[in-house]
Write a protein that binds this ligand. Structure first.
Ligand code: ADP
Ligand code: ZN
Length: 731
């Protein structure tokens, strides 16, 4: 029996709510009836909660006791394809449906009726008297180039009271206007001003446009070295989507990247697209959510959760830097946005473009197997050529204790400075020093709540735990033996490297780029723009700089510790190191001047380091694939992680052992359980953590087996269990 098209007043409907219940609830359709997919408010006990009409009610409940839907919200009903997507994504990630619905409704006040409100934008007059607070408001409005804000938002962002803003309004320095709450986004013009593409680029763009016109599902891996014009090419696919009247979604791995990208979109299509990420205001989020749903936002640029927006006719999803690990959500619902993008596209017949200079082994294998199409851009655009890569053999360098810049690297940096070019020193570690050690007793300062060492952050003048975020002042005396003045930093972090660089290059203008050193995405963006314009001789950066920024004057990249990533026991350690080193090196020589990348390493003969230096990507992927095939691990086998946690270690292990003993549902599909074992970080925020690992052959119903395996478990007390399908990290 197929679902009815409409439910009349009083008919039974099944409603999925955002509350953690394990079933749908029956209600009576309200006066005026409702469509399947309607967003509704329903009574639950004494409360009113948000829900979606999922289908006909089951009617296995005393009809007289069934309550009525309170009201239907004034937003477009959830489309059938979206309901199907949430269901499939829930099955795949073993996530309860209410949690999926919460992901899909992450905007405040969805049900509020459209209304007018006061907004504030820059006025024409200068205030009679300038105060710090007033200057902050005006500067903020200027920074956002004509955007308007509500009183509350403006006051919060500028850190002033609302009376400061009201004062500015009186003087005409700020304008107060009435505005409907949620405005459609401006139209984008696909034919405005595309660049003249090179032959390579044209061919790729033609293929992508044709795929768009096919009006069916397909995934294309768009591979091309950094600077080859992948973005230019996929914007042509976006243009085609716009011409066809379809919506497009571009996922980016970092909020810090969005600003640069938005400017590019504006130049290409004449207006700014909708933005969706954690930095957006609540008002803006609700507007995006509603406009996407009614088809009044043609293009959304956002973070992974944008995948759960209620698109009306989604034609294209682009996952830029598809190999990036931040696409895997690591708390709450554990999903990989890259995989979910493919799932969503398959359900609604859209195209996916996965763009990367260094694709993940998963996508590489899917392309090899013919599941994905493949397009490749081999040359950098214009005169730019790929940097020359070389190792600096640290065993042969004369190093002073407590320093990390080798004489060879130092000479290379000085040489670039003389030429008026920029150099980047890369270290993938935040803070000042990873370890603080007592020279008297050998104790390392650890976090009180986690099984992790505290990292010194001189910039913040505190020690910080990178697991739970707890900070404390650097103590004067050793907390263990009480010795005074004997605590010493060990090893380098970005702040310590900056200190060393300051001494080694006293004449240089040094810029430090680490995500934790900027209060806001806006401050970070400003810094990046400054650097791009040449405002620094030396850039010192963490992972953050490896991603997509354009620094035209940058011609030298020095990697301080190329061996760092190789030490982990992680399945993907080699792949990650390869990707990261190639990405970082790709920052050099993006404009006319040729670049060079120097990798400091103690093991220049390591196969991964050799592959990075020789640039033999195919060789590297093949070797890595062969190893994983033999081991039966992803992408040639399936894995799932189970993380158990609780305040006492005993019960956590007991549960893990019981699970390992009762593994029949897994054995039936040929899967194996390993563990329980203490997690590499055995305690976080005071909770003890234990892991089990499941390995299964490809093509077996792994999720279904896990669901049957864990269904009978009753978690006692404060025990928690989470399932991580296709785990990316194993901490
Ligand atoms: P990728 O995404 O592969 O790193 P981009 O698309 O960002 O490469 O291109 C690198 C730089 O070269 C950008 O500044 C881009 O505007 C420029 N560029 C690429 N192709 C062209 C073209 N055909 N005409 C003009 N500029 C181009
Ligand atoms: Zn901690």
């Amino acid at each position: 029996m197929s679902d009815p098209e409409f439910f009349d007043h009083g008919e039974l409907v099944a409603v999925l709510t955002t509350q953690p219940l394990d079933r749908l609830l029956d209600y009576k359709a309200p006066e005026g009836g409702c469509f399947p997919g309607a967003f509704v408010e329903v009574p639950l006990g004494p409360r009113k909660v948000l829900g979606v009409v999922w289908g006909p009610g089951r009617g296995d409940f005393d009809r007289a006791k069934i309550r009525s839907v309170i009201r239907v919200l004034d937003v477009a009903p959830m489309r059938e394809e979206m309901r199907a997507f949430l269901g499939r994504a829930a099955d795949y990630t073993l996530t309860p449906m209410p949690a999926m619905l919460r992901l899909a409704t992450r905007a405040p006040g969805l049900g509020d009726p459209p209304s007018m409100r006061k907004i504030y934008r820059l006025g024409d007059c200068a205030p009679d008297r300038m105060t710090d607070a007033r200057a902050r408001v005006l500067e903020l409005l200027r920074d956002f180039g004509g955007l308007a804000f509500t009183l509350k938002e403006l006051a919060e962002m500028a850190g002033v009271t609302s009376s400061v803003i009201k004062g500015l309004v009186k003087q005409g320095a700020v304008r107060e206007e009435d505005s409907p709450r949620d405005l459609p986004f401006p139209q984008l013009d696909p034919d405005l001003c595309g660049k003249d593409l090179t032959e390579d680029q044209t061919a790729a763009a033609d293929t992508l446009r044709a795929a768009m016109r096919s009006d069916s599902y397909g995934t294309t891996l768009l591979k091309g070295v950094t600077g080859s014009g992948k973005t230019e090419v996929y914007l042509e696919a976006v243009a085609e989507a716009l011409r066809l009247g379809k919506q497009a979604l571009v996922l980016l791995p970092e909020i810090a990247l969005t600003a640069e990208f938005l400017t590019r979109v504006e130049a290409r299509f004449g207006a700014r697209p909708a933005e969706w990420h954690s930095g957006a205001t609540m008002t803006e989020r609700r507007r995006v959510w509603r406009m996407v749903g009614q088809g009044d936002a043609q293009l959304v640029v956002g973070a992974r959760s944008a995948l759960f927006l209620p698109f009306r006719h989604l034609g294209l999803i682009i996952v830029d830097e598809e190999h990036d690990t931040s696409y895997k959500q690591e708390d709450g619902v554990l999903y990989n946005a890259r995989d979910m993008a493919v799932l969503r596209a398959a359900i609604c017949g859209s195209q996916v473009i996965l763009a990367s200079a260094t694709p993940s082994l998963e996508s590489w294998a899917n392309a090899e197997a013919g599941k994905y199409d493949r397009l490749e851009l081999t040359a950098r655009f214009g005169a730019a050529v790929l940097p020359e890569m070389k190792a600096i053999d640290m065993r042969a360098e004369q190093m002073q204790a407590g320093t990390w810049i080798s004489p060879t690297l130092r000479r290379a940096v000085l040489d670039r400075m003389e030429k008026g070019e920029q150099a980047l020193l890369f270290i993938n570690r935040r803070g000042y020093a990873p370890v603080t050690l007592c020279r008297a007793c050998g104790q390392q300062i650890g976090c009180d709540h986690c099984d992790a060492r505290m990292v010194e952050h001189r910039f913040l003048k505190r020690l910080m735990c990178h697991q739970c975020g707890e900070t404390k002042p650097v103590p004067e005396t050793c907390p263990s033996c009480g010795a005074e003045g004997r605590l010493a930093p060990v090893g380098p972090g970005i702040e310590r490297l900056a200190e060393e660089a300051g001494a080694a290059f006293p004449d240089a203008n040094i810029a430090v780029l680490s995500s934790d050193m900027f209060g806001s995405a806006r401050a970070l963006k400003a810094k990046i723009e400054e650097i791009a314009e040449g405002e620094a001789d030396i850039i010192i950066g963490t992972q953050l700089v490896a991603k997509g920024h354009n620094f035209p004057k940058l011609t030298l990249v020095g990697v301080i510790d190329a061996d760092l990533g190789l030490q982990g026991s992680d399945l993907r350690a080699a792949e990650r190191t390869f990707q990261l080193m190639r990405q970082v090196a790709g920052r050099a020589g993006r404009a006319e001047r040729p670049g060079q990348a120097l990798l400091q390493t103690f093991q220049p003969e390591h196969p991964v380091i050799r592959a990075i230096l020789s640039g033999d990507e195919i060789g590297f992927w093949k070797a890595e694939a062969a190893e994983r095939q033999v081991a039966g691990v992803p992408p040639y086998g399936r894995m799932a992680g189970i993380i158990l946690s609780g305040p006492e270690v005993g019960p956590v292990f007991d549960l893990g052992n019981a699970m390992a003993r009762n593994d029949a549902p897994l054995r039936q599909i040929g899967a194996q359980v390993f563990g329980p074992a203490p997690a590499p970080i055995a305690r976080i925020r005071g909770r003890h953590r234990v892991r089990l690992l499941i390995k299964a052959p490809k093509g077996v119903p792994l999720q279904e087996a896990i669901a049957r395996w864990i269904a009978p478990l009753r978690l006692k007390g404060d025990l928690r269990l989470s399932v991580d399908i296709d785990p990316q990290s194993f901490y």
